[in-house]
Design a protein around this ligand. Sequence first.
Ligand SMILES: [Zn+2]
Length: 337
Amino acid sequence: MRPLIAIRLLTLLAASLAIMMTFAGAAFASLGDRTLSQGSEGDDVLELQREVTYLGYPTPRTGNFTSETKSDIIGYERATGLSVDGVVSQSEGSTIVRRANEKRAREAQPDTAGSYAFTERTLRLGLKGGDVLTLQRLVTELGYPTPRTGRYTSRTKSDFRNYERTTGLNVNGVASRAEQRTIKRRAAERSSTSSRDHVFPIKGPHSYGGSGSRFGAPRSGHSHGGQDLAANSGTPLVAVTNGRVSQVRYQAGGAGYYVVIQGDDRIDYVYMHLRESASAFVSPGQRVRTGQQVGRVGSTGASSGPHLHFEMWTAHWFDGGHRFDPLPSLQRWDAYS
Ligand SMILES: [Zn+2]
């Protein structure tokens, strides 16, 4: 009898532990672990309220998803391209966490105390400063994207090694002063040769697809607002003309990662389904030059394979402008690529 009783007791204990862990799971869940809606409460609701406030949309931080939380979330969803329903799905929760983390990373500015100008010192793992940021910017502009953080991390080192290997420099992951001068010269040469008004948005092999890829092709409930261009994931996407970055955004169920550029020619250019946030390459408000990389081909959002969904708008995108067929322009630029 004794062993049997012991087993029964253990079973009971295990069951109550499971119940306790279920409650603890709700109370200590992280944002993105479950769907949150009016009536939800817990640490994840508090985290939601904190992060949305941090992202510039203040809402009371109580840990209770009240009707006020709901209306604030609706405001946030509407303003930032999420589905407007006042309900935070798991994927929306993850998106909000990612946005907040990206903002934190942007705000972690490199130290400028005791700063050096580019080419003044050898740059290597562990250093930080404006000159490291310049190196990361120039190498990115030259077609070898690397995160622009102002900190020479192991990622910077391996990306820079790759740049050294493919462009004939000394392959050691260290940017000597001579190498920095070479990079500065290469960047200057590149900007002087990109004097054409417009270039094709994809820098690499691509195809136009069939009639379903065209502007105006029927889609469920609407017509296709741009031209789809198939290309391998990771192919560089570049600014078709000089302009300013107006939007760097993400829309889970639609455009995925996308970027909008206001051309100096008074046309807005929209690039969708990017592989990662365009913030890896450009920031909202930043000036871009013709041919400058703004992202990479991907398949994020509502997309069945790597491609660029490309739109052209009269000034401005969702602000007084309207879409028009980009194909004639694309074919013209393509002919001179
Ligand atoms: Zn499309």
